[in-house]
Design a protein around this ligand. Structure first.
Ligand SMILES: *[C@@H]1O[C@H](CO)[C@@H](O)[C@H](O)[C@H]1NC(C)=O
Ligand SMILES: *[C@@H]1O[C@H](CO)[C@@H](O)[C@H](O)[C@H]1NC(C)=O
Ligand SMILES: *[C@@H]1O[C@H](CO)[C@@H](O)[C@H](O)[C@H]1NC(C)=O
Ligand SMILES: *[C@@H]1O[C@H](CO)[C@@H](O)[C@H](O)[C@H]1NC(C)=O
Length: 490
């Protein structure tokens, strides 16, 4: 009996050894560095099935023009860095560190048997609005610069690509800038070789959207784009059509109102045709304009109902995706409510009908005004813990392109930073970034914490300096997830 039970456990562990996908968490590569590939794409190597992530390389002091990084993965969760696929070149008219090298996309070209990289190429004042093009026989690069051109004579800012699985043809998507004559998004076919553009297939006229991508189902195409509010997130929208040339539907919002698409911007989608299921993933960016190099990634499964012609993003703190079968399932955690936690100093519980048990903890500040969750069960292994909070610093004005954060000429704060201390160990203070939400909107940020095995852990949350003040956001609850590879997959 005991023996067979042990075998079952071993088998289960073996089956579910995959790593979790944790939107908004700090993602580390296999060297332990933050994954640094923003506003890019995932290209699948058809031969090996490997996923290759490309994106803007950002460091403190070099947030633009840092080149294009590349990572590889077998499971979309474990990422190995391969350095820069496209490196900046001092003095180059389009690749110098003072250029804009944004939203890189990589497509395999059957005709040339090479990988072709396209991106938004510009000077630092966005005066050129070109499409950069480089190529490599190797998916990991290095990519050789070919040109930077105006697509069919027009301007090109935020850049996206899409490949139709039915006929293999690829398309470029690009917003054509902020000038009065622009403010459109173009959908233009590449030539067969993916070496240049051919023909405008559709123009999303004067919607003033950006960060475009297309996701394809058997029946439909959904074009997903964001509004233009700089690095502040907004309500991402989608359009639907039976064919790329249209007619396209009216745009509709894809995530719950006022969550600003869970604090993210669109940019890419990835379809996984697994053995059992096809799963579409939204690959969004959670920009942090106060420290762009620390921007995070919001990757979520997309729920599409072609009959109802709807597309929705549903939040999951932690989910388990099997890239072979295509199946995914949310991981279930255990919640501890702020209403039941202990406050200290000036932190206090306040009625909030939108919060758990009608109560939220506010007034969290510095090291003395804190809230402590007690009796938290842990395993002794690193576990994701999600902190659900409300932060109204920017008063909801973040949605407007020309909005200002307060009425007295204030500055955008965009995020607070809370301190998180486990079992009173102040030698190890974790920093929890809490983005601006809206009044009454509760969102979450995950942290990877190691709790002691057993039910006696405490988690204390205070406030750290965010460049403006020591405030922590109002807390609703925390949710503790099982360690990676132990939740099982069904
Ligand atoms: C960028 O290009 C535009 C158009 O050529 C030009 O007017 C502008 O001065 C350039 N900006 C910089 C920083 O060179
Ligand atoms: C292709 O990539 C591999 C592994 O990164 C490297 O060893 C090889 O030299 C590259 N080939 C070219 C032509 O760059
Ligand atoms: C780009 O296209 C817009 C319409 O979408 C047009 O009004 C504008 O003149 C074009 N710009 C250039 C440089 O061709
Ligand atoms: C809280 O403590 C940390 C060190 O643990 C210190 O750096 C920080 O300044 C303190 N904050 C306040 C508001 O006293």
């Amino acid at each position: 009996m005991a023996r067979s039970r042990m075998w079952t456990l071993v088998l289960l562990a073996g089956l579910s050894a995959a790593k979790y996908i944790v939107p908004g968490g700090r993602w580390h590569d296999t060297d332990g560095s933050l994954v640094n590939a923003h506003a890019g794409c995932v290209t699948v190597d058809k031969q090996t099935g490997k996923f290759w992530l490309f994106g803007e390389h950002k460091t403190e002091g070099q947030t633009e023009g840092g080149g294009v990084s590349v990572y590889s993965s077998d499971d979309l969760a474990t990422w190995e860095s391969h350095g820069l696929a496209l490196a900046p070149v001092e003095g180059h008219p389009y690749l110098s560190p003072s250029n804009i090298i944004q939203r890189p996309k990589v497509i395999y070209s059957k005709a040339t048997n090479e990988y072709h990289m396209w991106w938004h190429a510009d000077n630092s004042t966005y005066g050129l609005l070109l499409q950069g093009y480089a190529r490599s026989p190797n998916i990991s690069g290095p990519y050789t610069f070919v040109s930077a051109t105006a697509p069919l004579g027009n301007w090109s800012q935020d850049f996206g690509v899409f490949t139709d699985y039915k006929d293999g043809r690829s398309y470029a998507l690009y917003s054509n800038g902020d000038r009065k004559e622009g403010r459109d998004v173009y959908l233009t076919s590449f030539n067969e070789d993916v070496t240049g553009l051919e023909k405008v297939v559709h123009r999303f006229d004067k919607y003033d959207l950006e960060a475009p991508t297309i996701v394809q189902t058997e029946k439909s195409y959904y074009a997903i784009m964001s509004h233009k509010t700089g690095y502040r997130p907004n309500n991402v929208v989608a359009f639907r059509a039976d064919s790329l040339a249209g007619p396209w539907s009216q745009p509709f919002i894809v995530a719950p109102l006022n969550t600003r698409t869970y604090n993210s911007q669109s940019g890419f989608t990835l379809t996984i045709k697994g053995k059992k299921k096809t799963t579409h993933l939204y690959l969004g960016d959670q920009w942090d304009s106060n420290s762009l190099w620390e921007s995070r990634y919001i990757w979520l499964p997309i729920e599409i109902d072609d009959r109802k012609k709807t597309l929705n993003l549903v939040w999951h703190d932690v989910y388990d995706l099997d890239v072979k079968s295509g199946e995914w399932s949310p991981v279930t955690g255990r919640a501890y409510l702020a209403a039941d936690a202990k406050t200290a100093g000036g932190a206090f519980k306040q009625e909030a009908n939108f919060a758990s048990k009608g109560t939220i903890v506010t007034g969290i500040y510095g090291n003395d005004s804190t809230v402590t969750f007690e009796g938290v069960e842990g395993t002794g292994k690193p576990q994701w813990v999600s902190f659900y909070y409300q932060n109204t610093d920017d008063m909801g004005f973040g949605d407007q392109p020309g909005g200002t954060p307060d009425r007295i000429g204030g500055t955008w704060q965009l995020r607070r930073i809370a301190s998180v201390v486990v079992n009173g160990n102040t030698e190890k203070v974790e920093t929890l970034f809490q983005r601006d939400t809206h009044k009454g909107i509760i969102l979450s940020t995950p942290l990877l914490l190691t709790l002691e095995k057993g039910k006696k852990n405490t988690i204390t949350v205070g406030g750290l300096w965010n460049g403006f003040d020591y405030k922590g956001a109002d807390l609703d609850r925390i949710v503790v997830y099982p360690p990676e590879g132990t939740a099982g997959r069904h």
